[in-house]
Design a binder for this molecule. Structure first.
Ligand code: FES
Length: 96
């Protein structure tokens, strides 16, 4: 094992966990987790930030009822209740 510098300027973890047992989850149908991830990845690429900003899939972050949830690193900012319509604002947050 070896420590190394963080390879990205920023990382956005987007919860894309889904469930089929009726319990709420960020990427259940109609919740938007997967759509947010795909749109954010596309916008990061379009903005020329690929390689600097990593948009990563996350498993359950354990605040499912408040989701869809995102976590911005290294800002330490938690975004809850996001929707695909928030992607332009999210991009502004991570592009700065
Ligand atoms: S499913 Fe997203 S926080 Fe649990």
């Amino acid at each position: 094992m070896e420590s190394a510098p963080v390879p990205y300027r920023k990382t956005v973890f987007v919860c894309v966990h889904s469930r089929e047992d009726g319990r709420v989850a960020c990427a259940n149908p109609g919740r938007g987790g997967e759509e947010i991830l795909k749109a954010l990845k596309a916008e990061v690429k379009k903005a020329g930030l690929k390689g600097q900003v990593r948009v990563a899939r996350s498993g359950c972050l354990d605040l499912c009822e408040q989701g869809p949830n995102l976590f911005l690193f290294p800002a330490g900012e938690w975004i809850r209740g996001a929707s695909p319509a928030d992607v332009p604002e999210l991009l502004k947050k991570i592009a700065g």
